[in-house]
Design a protein around this ligand. Structure first.
Ligand SMILES: Nc1ncnc2c1ncn2[C@@H]1O[C@H](COP(=O)(O)OP(=O)(O)OP(=O)(O)O)[C@@H](O)[C@H]1O
Ligand SMILES: [Mg+2]
Length: 313
């Protein structure tokens, strides 16, 4: 029987041998097929949690369930876990070790003992998925940082994982490379792969995720549907995070009657599109900039207009 939750982290504590507390009783549920952002400041426990999820680290106490069963830390259990739950490190140089792109991506499938034809097929498909098919024969050390990141993702995809974990995948990428990487993640997500990434970037988490999990001091202090982020100001503040810029801007516009209060757009592009279509046909002129922010909602022109009381004559 399949469960709706693919991963359950139950009160996990992690203490590093040197004495640092990585996780201090962390609980998180990951829904099968969902896009998840672990959002938190430096040192909040994101990397420790991701490494726990694919068995690189083991809880000092607490338990992690995959598909309802506790993780198996035996050698065979870990091999099976890592083919189901793949981790892409923040620094690609920590992950890549073979001479060529092809060799690197084929390493995992070869270790699974697959036939050569199957290995070649998986490498070709994984490199194509990240837009690196043309670079299979390139030496790894001739790649740019962003290309190395893609090869790391291809290496994990070649294992055909159910869950893809990425530690700060956007870090170090320029805007174009970030956009391309997001398209790759969207494509994987549309194939049903569960994606969990860590980020400090609240704008990115709000724009991209289905579920956001806010980490602070080794705990998850809030998990919510990303669309409800504007209601989570207290948790965000506790984790040292501001509201996304698009939420702040949308609030200021709504307070001036230049946007409806809901729904809040999730990206600047969505806000710009909404502004371009404002005011909707048949509604009153929007209030001019400078309208008092303190005006109660019921007296704002757009608010009444939506009820059909105020119409353009
Ligand atoms: N190898 C280590 N030895 C001791 N303490 C560690 C070690 N790695 C991390 N820690 C501690 O564990 C806590 C969580 O660290 P972690 O790297 O998981 O945070 P993070 O959210 O990934 O931070 P960042 O955003 O900086 O990557 C921090 O207090 C950190 O100092
Ligand atoms: Mg980290």
């Amino acid at each position: 029987m399949t469960t709706r939750l693919i991963l359950e982290v139950c009160n996990v504590r992690h203490v590093y041998p040197e004495g640092g507390t990585g996780l201090a009783g962390c609980s998180i549920n990951i829904r099968r097929g969902s896009r998840n952002a672990l959002l938190g400041a430096n040192g909040s426990g994101k990397t420790t949690l991701l490494q726990q999820l694919n068995g690189l680290l083991r809880p000092a106490s607490g338990v992690i369930l995959l598909d309802g069963s506790p993780l198996d830390y035996s050698r065979n259990g870990l091999n099976a876990l890592r083919s189901r739950v793949g981790l892409v490190f923040q620094n690609p140089d920590r992950q890549l070790f073979s001479a060529s792109v092809f060799e690197d991506v084929s390493f995992g499938p070869l270790n699974l003992g697959l036939e050569e034809a199957e290995v070649r097929l998986r490498v070709a498909q994984s490199l194509a998925a990240v837009g690196m098919a043309a670079m299979a024969d390139r030496p790894v050390h001739h790649l740019s940082f962003g290309q190395k990141k893609r090869v790391c993702i291809a290496g994990v995809l070649a294992m055909r994982p159910e869950v893809l974990l990425l530690d700060e995948p956007m870090a170090g990428l320029d805007v174009a490379a970030q956009t391309e990487l997001l398209a790759v993640l969207d494509e994987l997500s549309s194939r049903g792969i569960t994606v969990v990434l860590s980020t400090h970037d609240v704008d990115h988490a709000y724009r991209w995720a289905d579920d956001i999990h806010v980490l602070a001091a080794g705990r998850c202090i809030a998990s919510f549907d990303a669309g409800r982020l504007p209601e989570q100001e207290v948790a965000l503040k506790a984790a040292g995070q501001a509201l996304p810029a698009v939420v702040e801007l949308h609030r200021a516009l709504a307070a001036r009657g230049l946007q409806p209060a809901t729904p809040a757009p999730r990206s600047m592009n969505a806000l710009i599109a909404s502004l371009a279509a404002w005011p909707p046909h048949g509604l009153a002129e929007a209030a001019p900039l400078g309208t008092s922010l303190g005006t109660p909602p019921s007296t704002r022109p757009w608010h009444d207009a939506r009820r059909g009381r105020l119409r353009r004559h």
